[in-house]
Design a protein around this ligand. Sequence first.
Ligand SMILES: CC(C)(COP(=O)(O)OP(=O)(O)OC[C@H]1O[C@@H](n2cnc3c(N)ncnc32)[C@H](O)[C@@H]1O)[C@@H](O)C(=O)NCCC(=O)NCCS
Ligand SMILES: Nc1ncnc2c1ncn2[C@@H]1O[C@H](COP(=O)(O)OP(=O)(O)OP(=O)(O)O)[C@@H](O)[C@H]1O
Length: 266
Amino acid sequence: MYCEILRAPICFSRCRCSTSIRDKSKRSISSPVKMRMVGLTGGIASGKSIVSNLFKSQGIPVVDADLVARDVLKKDTGGYKKVVAAFGEDILEANGEVDRPKLGQIVFSDPAKRQLLNRLLAPFISSGIFYEIFKLWLKGYNVIVLDIPLLFETKMDKWTKPVVVVWVDTETQLQRLMGRDGSSEEDARNRINAQMALDLKRSKADIVIDNTGSFEDLEEQFKQVLLQVTRPLTWSEFWLSRQGALTLLASTVVALVVCKNIHGIL
Ligand SMILES: CC(C)(COP(=O)(O)OP(=O)(O)OC[C@H]1O[C@@H](n2cnc3c(N)ncnc32)[C@H](O)[C@@H]1O)[C@@H](O)C(=O)NCCC(=O)NCCS
Ligand SMILES: Nc1ncnc2c1ncn2[C@@H]1O[C@H](COP(=O)(O)OP(=O)(O)OP(=O)(O)O)[C@@H](O)[C@H]1O
């Protein structure tokens, strides 16, 4: 069902049908184009990837900042060269790629080195994220999700609305992180402490998902979140969309032609 003015989905019922992810993505591409950028963040191991996969399963594309960050650290890229110049060749594997666990050990136990790494990679990561957004904008997606662990820390939250924070209590976060990565408690705590406190992130959120419970609890909450992020676009979101930009351009051209003709008549 569509709003006639915005031609955006009025309710979520369209997204709940049982077509495959691929089919739904295609439908999003061909449907009227609007752009809402939803921020998805939380603490390390709070469950962002699970939520991100739930969005993808509904045909909503996700820009994954961790994947972008991986790309900009690949061998011989600009980010790689800067990082190797700053941290030395000791951080490299035999094949010349960055030894990520080793670099992780260094930066997560030393705030100054972490800040240095952040500073070196930030321009590459932010331009990589904007390039991914631009590609999705060109494809005309209605709603996209930016999964950015450091959304608040990097102040990229100002680009996104609403901001969804996946929250867990610290003990659960610690246990899940150690369980997933097989890391020691000290290492896991270092990684948690390298980020803004999760309670503070929760206080800055538009929408909070409490992931302390089971996967089923998480999916139940996700249904409500999906309803909120797929509600009709606001006018400002519409003008930022590809269709909004094209409408503005077409209206300007028509107005100029009309003015020129009137001027000719007079
Ligand atoms: C230090 C690196 C090489 C460690 O790699 P590793 O494969 O062990 O971890 P991975 O990249 O999968 O990150 C796992 C999680 O760690 C957290 N994290 C990553 N980098 C940072 C950072 N600089 N500060 C705080 N937390 C971070 C995030 O929650 C992320 O989801 C890597 O994390 C990295 O290059 N970090 C700097 C780039 C960055 O800021 N990435 C976050 C994107 S917003
Ligand atoms: N509700 C849950 N119940 C049990 N385990 C969970 C739940 N949610 C997430 N997990 C587990 O916790 C771990 C961390 O989850 P996930 O990888 O999604 O976190 P993340 O926020 O994406 O982490 P990162 O910041 O490192 O990218 C995973 O092993 C995942 O399977």
